[in-house]
Design a protein around this ligand. Structure first.
Ligand code: AHR
Length: 659
C-alpha cells in the first residue's frame, strides 16, 4: 500500500471543494448496531484456473505418479521407458521402468514439463524426491537435472545431483537442488547413469523447500501469504463445481485426499473439458492439496473451515437425466461421508477418522463448526437429497451449522423456491451465488435490508461483478463490489459470511475470469477486487454503527448521488470505521455528524485509505502490479464531533477515526 499525503483532497477543516449539495451522514458511533460476525469476510477456494495443482499446491511435477488417463502426459521419455501398473501405492498403481538403452552412448530417462514449465529460482532450494527400486537388487544411479531448454549453447543443466538407488525394495530417495539461474519454462530431467541397472520410479516430486510454514507437502508461499493477508474469517473449500464433478466418477471425494500423498488417487478435474478456448489435456487433481491440508491452512490463516460435500447430485448443468444422479435409496454412503468428515475434523485421536487426522500430524481437533451440503444445487432433486443429510447431521452433531444452497441465481424461480425450502429444512445458512453485471451491483445496495431476521443466515458464497464486454478485474468492477459490500456490512445480522469467487487464476491456464488473485509460475498479483476484500476484512470492526442520510441507509438509491456507505466500531481500539464508495462520476461533498459522541470525546485523528483509478477500465497486471493499490494518509483532528470531506468520483474510501 502506498502512503501519501492527501491533505488537499481530504481536509479536516470542513472546507468542502464545491458549493454543490452536501451529503450529510448522521452517524451514531455509540448507537445500537448489530455484532459483526468473525466469519463475515472470507475466502472461497476451488481448483479452477489451475488454482491447486499448478497453483497454490507447490508441487512442480505434473502427473508425478503416471496415473493421468494417458500415463505419459506431461512427460517426455527417451531410451527404454515402460509404464507398469503394479506399483507400491494401490490407488496410483502406475510407475515408470527405466532400463539401460543398450549402448554406451545412449541414454534412458524422462523429462517433465511441469505446469506451464518447471520454474525455479536462482539460489532457492528445491527438494526432489522419488520412490525407486532396482528390480533385480544391486545398485543403479539416477541423475536429476533442472534444465532450461532455451539455453542450448550455454548448457541446459542449471543444477544437478546424483542418487544411488539400491535394493529391490521400494524406498524414498530425496535430494535438494539449488539452481544457479532463474528459469521460467524449465524442465526436470531424470535419467539413468553409470552403473546402469533397470530401475522403477514412482511419485517423482519437486517442491520448493521454502513453502508456506515450511510444510514438505506444502503450499506456494507467495500465494498462501496473499490469503493470510486477507485475514479471512472463513475458508470454504474445495469448490464449487468440482464438488459435483462432470460425472459420478469425477466428483470430489474427500476420503481420497487424506493419508499418504502417494496413495491419493488422481482425479480428472471438472474444469478439464470446460470452455472451448481452454481444451487442456492435462487438468487433473493430484489430491496432494487435500482435506487435511485445507483444514491446516484454515487454522494457519485464522479462518473457520467450511468444507462442502457432494449431496448426491452431479453437475446439474451437465447432467439433465435423473439417472445421472444418486438415487435417494443409495444416498447413505454420501451421508456417511459427511458424518465421517466431522469425525475426521473433530473426533478424538482414537476414533476411526480422528486417528487418520492424528496420524497425519494433527492430534488436536480442527474444531469444525460449519459444513456445506451440496454446492450450487437447485430443484426438488436437491431438497429431497439434502433432507436426510440434515436429519443425520442434526442427530449426531447438533452443534454443526449446515449450509444449504439457493442455486446459481441471485433471484428468480429457483431462488424463490429454494429459500423457503431451506427454512423448512432448518439449515443454518443459505449459500447465495451472484456473478452479476455492474447494473445489478449498483441496484443491490439494499438487497439485505429487508431480509427476514428469523431463520437461516445468508452466506454470500460466490460473487463477483462481471463487467460488460471484455473487461475483467477492472477497477470499476471492484468499486461496485465495494459499494455492494456496504449493504453486507450494514446487514451483518443477516449475512454471516461473504466470499468472492473465484480466488485464483494462472495467467496461462484460466477457465474463468474475473478472479481475485492472478499468478504465473513465479509471481502473483492482487487485483483491485483483492484490495476491496482486504479493506473490508482488516477494517471489519465488531459492531455496526447506524449511518443514515435523510433518515435512510446510504445504499446508492436514486437521490443519494451514487454513494454507498456503512460504519462499524472496533472494540479493541474504540475506533470508528466508515466505508464510503462514490460510484458516480463527480466528486461528492460529505459531512459526517457524529451523533451522541460528546460523552466519549471527539476524534483526534483519521486514517484515510482510498482505492481509485482515473481509468475505470484499468487493472493490475503481473508486470505492473501497482496500477491500482490503496493509498493511505493520516490527518490530525481537533477532538471533532463532525467532519467534512470531498470524496473524489469513482473512489472507495475507508475512514478510520481514532480518539
Ligand atoms: O466459481 C466458479 C463456479 O461458479 C463454481 O465452481 C460454481 O459453484 C459456480 O457456478
Amino acid at each position: 500500500m502506498k502512503t501519501q499525503l492527501l491533505a488537499l483532497l481530504f481536509s479536516s477543516a470542513c472546507t468542502l471543494s464545491s458549493t454543490a449539495e452536501i451529503n450529510k451522514f448522521i452517524i451514531e458511533p455509540d448507537g445500537k448496531g448489530v455484532a459483526v460476525p468473525e466469519t463475515l469476510y472470507g475466502l472461497f477456494f476451488e481448483d479452477i484456473n489451475y488454482g491447486a495443482d499448478g497453483g497454490l499446491y507447490a508441487e512442480k511435477i505434473k502427473n508425478r505418479s503416471f496415473d493421468f488417463i494417458y500415463p505419459l502426459t506431461g512427460w517426455n521419455a527417451f531410451g527404454k521407458v515402460e509404464i507398469m501398473n503394479d506399483g507400491p501405492f494401490e490407488n496410483n498403481p502406475n510407475y515408470a521402468r527405466l532400463s539401460p538403452a543398450g549402448h554406451p552412448h545412449k541414454w534412458t530417462g524422462l523429462d517433465n514439463e511441469g505446469f506451464f514449465g518447471v520454474s525455479f529460482e536462482k539460489n532457492r532450494e528445491y527438494r526432489f524426491s522419488v520412490w525407486a527400486r532396482v528390480i533385480d537388487g544391486g545398485e543403479s544411479k539416477l541423475r536429476v537435472e533442472l534444465e532450461d531448454p532455451s539455453t542450448v549453447k550455454e548448457g541446459q543443466d542449471k543444477c544437478s545431483a546424483e542418487i544411488t538407488v539400491s535394493g529391490a525394495e521400494w524406498k524414498k530417495y530425496t535430494v535438494v537442488l539449488k539452481p544457479s539461474e532463474t528459469v521460467y519454462k524449465g524442465k526436470l530431467r531424470v535419467f539413468l547413469c553409470k552403473p546402469e541397472n533397470t530401475v522403477d520410479l514412482e511419485h517423482l516430486s519437486l517442491f520448493p523447500v521454502d513453502t508456506w510454514r515450511g510444510h514438505e507437502n506444502g503450499l506456494r508461499k507467495d500465494l498462501a501469504e496473499k490469503l493470510a493477508a486477507l485475514r479471512p474469517g472463513v475458508f470454504r473449500f474445495p469448490g464449487g463445481c468440482i464438488v459435483e464433478g462432470t460425472d459420478m466418477d469425477t466428483r470430489y471425494q474427500w476420503k481420497n485426499t487424506v493419508g499418504p500423498v502417494e496413495n491419493r488417487p488422481v482425479n480428472e478435474n471438472r474444469w478439464h473439458y470446460t470452455f472451448r478456448h481452454r481444451l487442456y489435456p492435462d487438468y487433473f487433481q493430484s489430491g496432494g492439496l487435500g482435506f487435511y491440508e485445507y483444514f491446516l491452512l484454515s487454522e494457519e490463516i485464522g479462518a473457520e473451515p467450511l468444507p462442502v460435500l457432494n449431496v448426491g447430485l452431479i453437475c446439474q448443468y451437465q447432467n439433465k437425466d435423473a439417472n445421472d444422479h444418486v438415487h435417494l435409496d443409495q444416498l447413505q454412503p454420501f451421508i456417511d461421508d459427511a458424518l465421517d468428515l466431522i469425525e475426521f475434523a473433530n473426533g478424538p485421536a482414537d476414533s476411526t477418522w480422528g486417528k487418520v487426522r492424528a496420524d497425519m500430524g494433527h492430534p488436536a481437533p480442527f474444531n469444525l463448526k460449519f459444513i456445506g451440503i451440496g454446492n450450487e444445487q437447485w430443484g426438488s432433486e436437491y431438497v429431497e437429497r439434502l433432507e436426510p443429510f440434515v436429519k443425520a447431521i442434526r442427530e449426531k452433531y447438533p452443534d454443526i451449522k449446515i449450509v444449504g444452497s439457493s442455486g446459481p441465481q441471485s433471484e428468480g424461480k429457483d431462488f424463490d423456491y429454494l429459500w423457503p425450502e431451506m427454512k423448512r429444512l432448518g439449515v443454518d445458512l443459505v449459500d447465495e451465488h451472484f456473478y452479476r453485471p455492474e447494473s445489478w451491483f449498483l441496484d443491490g445496495g439494499n438487497r439485505y435490508d429487508n431480509y427476514s431476521r428469523k431463520g437461516p443466515k445468508v452466506f454470500a458464497g460466490e460473487y463477483a461483478c462481471h463487467g460488460k464486454g471484455k473487461k475483467y478485474n477492472h477497477f470499476n468492477a471492484a468499486l461496485l463490489e465495494a459499494a455492494f459490500m456496504t449493504g453486507i456490512e450494514r446487514n451483518a445480522d443477516v449475512v454471516e459470511m461473504a466470499t468472492y469467487a473465484p480466488l485464483f487464476a494462472h495467467v496461462e491456464g484460466w477457465q474463468w475470469r474475473p478472479d481475485l488473485i492472478w499468478f504465473d509460475n513465479l509471481r502473483s498479483m492482487p487485483t483491485a477486487s483483492y484490495y476491496v476484500q482486504q479493506l473490508y476484512s482488516v477494517n471489519k470492526g465488531d459492531y455496526t454503527v447506524p449511518l443514515k442520510m435523510d433518515g435512510r441507509p446510504v445504499a446508492g438509491n436514486k437521490d443519494q448521488n451514487g454513494l454507498f456507505a456503512s460504519a462499524v466500531r472496533e472494540d479493541s481500539t474504540g475506533n470508528l470505521i466508515v466505508k464510503v464508495a462514490n460510484t458516480g462520476n463527480s466528486s461528492q461533498d460529505i459531512e459526517m455528524d457524529f451523533k451522541g459522541l460528546k460523552k466519549n470525546g471527539g476524534y483526534t485523528s483519521v486514517t484515510i485509505t482510498t482505492l481509485h483509478s482515473d481509468n475505470p477500465d484499468a487493472d493490475n497486471t503481473l508486470d505492473n502490479q501497482d496500477i491500482i493499490t490503496p493509498v493511505i494518509s493520516t490527518l490530525p483532528l481537533d477532538n471533532i464531533t463532525s467532519w467534512s470531506v470531498t470524496l473524489p468520483a469513482e473512489t472507495f474510501a475507508v475512514y478510520r477515526f481514532q480518539r
